[in-house]
Design a binder for this molecule. Structure first.
Ligand SMILES: [Zn+2]
Ligand SMILES: [Zn+2]
Length: 671
């Protein structure tokens, strides 16, 4: 029976508060002066021995808890208007779909400053310099067709814009934004990494000088992020340019969502609340009855199959926007029959020489940073393993460190083998640093620039680097996929790709999809202006269908072949998956816990859901924790969704060793 909350004989309103805690419940507090208009306001409450800031989700006149156990709230914060019902609707969807506590979902959507018990005093920001406006370019016929297929006034629609690199997808986005603004609405534009695409931000600001453009991403300073979030929430900013988390920003007049590079894995949050910003975006558009546009040159196979089945509209840009800029010619170099020097084939060396002679730029793509992926002792077989992870320590010769790219731990390069004392220990394999060194030796007259996360750590450095490249002050670029993202380098006419084979037969069945996307994207850097581009891809598997599709720039062909394989194997998008993961100091504990979760009675009640055996994760040990997982799969999305909350509740009742942590991830990308 529900007890009326009563204090001193007088009934008092009960606040049901969302707190940022890994618990699937709300927390009740008493508040004398509260009423329903306070729903959506932040509130300062006592918690344990301290205080927390939460969000009021409900104002009730009763609590399920004995009233003498309820504490009074400390202060309802009224500096912001209440978060609106559609925001809670979105959070409730994400909470239900991803099995994440509502409190975590609600609170993670707020900037840090708004969650502080003692918020710092904020100074007003200096007014930003007004950008110089630019005119919209004329649309190509394909762009115009794509645009006319989307009617922002017609309510909810999902369209996938499949456009080859350089086809002008951005211009389609900007025209849609223009329409949304003209209708008095806000637009939310999601990109994988804003810092890697400063040109896009500049372009948006220059096109919409009066609209108020704010960016929201994790690398903003706390104060700037809060300021931008407030401007978006207040409706003062009409355009929000953000990374995945910004999909939850409450926007009072939201009329359009665009997700650029929708296939990018960075839209998937891999820790804390594990969600896909793309999928949350589709829900949000549906909830608000507005259009959402997903854009990519290499769409995710999930979105592509939705477009093929007619669930999403499909819009195509097959031509480059600049008719002079042809797609680059892609050639496959069979390295089985070629002599390699430091992993580089003769034809690639010759092609670089040609570019040097013509004063054009080359890019050598190797998606592995560091000097070498491992240091090894030929005498005793010692290799540089991370002591905390099931992974090798990568050799970084530039600062003479061994570094684990998974847990971040590092130490000095040993002078001799730690096991046998042999002084002749060798780097094995190669990364961008080693390649850079070799290319510098090979082409002493060339200006060589390495571009990866070790050479570019901040946005400032990145902008400086882009300027060098644009200014023609580099002849040969050596870089990782950082370089692949949406940049026009007018003098770049050659791309050579090394080390692609590792992904072809990887245990991860999504690896070919990612590889194809990366190679298409990096190939798209070649010949974007008037100079014709050439792409050379080195491989020992020249007959692999992935390369045949690359040569033809045939994403649909590649996707068809991949989808066929996935259908036969029963993989997504033909099946729906969730994983239960457990981490513990001992693998045996993790596996035992997962085994218990795999034999819960609730499983028998859901016969459309299949539970596999517990297994170690691919990276079985990370930062001193052993990691196991258990896959739940169904051919029916609703069946899986019905099962998950009941399963989760049963798992919560399991006894687990004290240092074991577990979580459920829905639609996992990595295993
Ligand atoms: Zn040794
Ligand atoms: Zn490690």
């Amino acid at each position: 029976m529900v007890k009326m909350a009563a204090l001193a004989g007088k009934s008092m309103p009960v606040l049901r508060v969302a707190l940022d805690l890994p618990l699937h419940r709300l927390f009740d507090y008493l508040a004398e002066d509260a009423s329903a208009v306070d729903i959506g306001l932040r509130v300062r409450v006592p918690f344990g021995r301290g205080e927390k800031v939460g969000v009021i989700v409900e104002v009730a006149d009763a609590s399920d808890w004995p009233v003498d156990q309820l504490k009074p709230a400390l202060e309802i914060l009224r500096d912001l208007p209440p978060l609106p019902p559609d925001f809670f609707g979105l959070c409730e969807f994400a909470s239900t779909y991803y099995q994440a506590p509502l409190g975590e979902v609600v609170l993670q959507a707020l900037p840090v400053g708004l969650k502080r018990v003692d918020p710092p005093q904020r100074r007003n920001a200096r007014a930003a310099k007004k950008p110089v406006g630019i005119e919209a370019p004329a649309l190509t016929e394909e762009q115009a067709n794509a645009l006319s297929a989307i009617n922002p006034a017609a309510g909810f629609s999902v369209n996938l814009l499949h456009g080859v690199t350089g086809s002008g997808k951005t211009e389609v986005y900007l025209r849609l934004v223009e329409q949304a603004l003209a209708a008095g609405r806000q637009a939310l534009l999601l990109v994988p990494e804003i810092n890697l695409t400063p040109q896009l931000e500049d372009r948006v600001r220059a096109r919409f000088t009066e609209a108020g453009v704010v960016s929201l991403h994790s690398e903003l300073a706390e104060a700037a992020r809060e300021r931008n979030w407030r401007a978006a929430f207040a409706g003062e900013a009409s355009i929000v340019l953000g990374t995945r988390l910004s999909i939850f920003t409450p926007l009072p007049r939201l009329g359009l969502i665009v997700i650029d590079e929708e296939h990018d894995p960075s839209f998937k949050q891999q820790d804390g609340m594990r969600y896909s910003a793309r999928d949350v975006g589709v829900f949000r558009a549906h909830q608000l009855e507005i259009p959402i546009l997903l854009g990519s040159a290499t769409p995710s196979l999930e979105s592509w199959s939705n477009a093929l089945s007619g669930r999403y509209g499909l819009l195509r840009l097959n031509q480059r926007a600049n008719p002079e800029a042809k797609l680059p010619a892609v050639h496959i170099i069979d390295t089985r029959r070629k002599k390699l020097q430091e992993g580089v084939s003769e034809p690639l060396i010759a092609a670089i020489k040609e570019r040097l002679a013509r004063g054009e730029q080359s890019l050598v793509f190797l998606n592995r940073r560091g000097y070498a992926p491992v240091l090894a002792c030929p005498a005793c077989g010692w290799i540089s393993r991370c002591t905390r992870c099931a992974a090798n320590m990568v050799l970084h010769l530039a600062d003479r460190r061994l570094r684990c790219h998974h847990c971040g731990c590092e130490h000095r390069v040993p002078k001799a083998c730690p096991t046998c004392g042999n002084q002749d220990i060798h780097p094995f394999g190669r990364g961008t640093q080693r390649l850079e060194g070799w290319i510098k030796e090979q082409f002493p007259e060339a200006r060589v620039l390495r571009v990866d996360r070790d050479s570019v750590k901040s946005r400032k450095q990145w902008e400086a680097m882009l300027e060098l490249i644009h200014g023609g002050e580099a002849d040969i670029l050596v870089g990782t996929q950082m370089l692949a993202k949406g940049h026009d380098f007018p003098k770049l006419t050659l791309v050579g790709a090394l080390g692609a084979d590792a992904a072809l037969y990887a245990a991860d069945w999504r690896a070919p999809e990612r590889l194809f996307g990366q190679l298409m994207q990096v190939a798209g850097r070649a010949g974007r202006a008037e100079l014709k581009g050439e792409v050379l891809i080195q491989t020992e598997y020249p007959d692999h269908p992935l390369f045949a599709a690359l040569v033809e720039h045939d994403y649909p062909g590649f996707a068809a072949q991949q989808l066929k394989e996935r259908e036969q194997a029963g993989f997504p998008p033909y099946a729906f998956q969730a994983v239960l993961r457990a981490e513990a100091p001992e693998m045996a504990d993790a596996i035992a816990f997962l085994g218990a979760a795999a034999s819960l009675p609730v499983i028998a009640e859901h016969d459309k859901v299949m539970i596999y055996d517990p297994v170690p994760m691919r990276l079985a040990r990370l930062a001193s924790l052993e990691r196991g997982q258990l896959l739940a799969e169904s051919y029916s999305r609703p069946a899986l969704q019905q099962f998950l909350p009941r399963w989760r509740e049963s798992i919560e009742g399991l006894k687990a060793p004290s240092r074991l942590r577990w979580h459920i991830e829905v639609d996992p990308l990595e295993f």
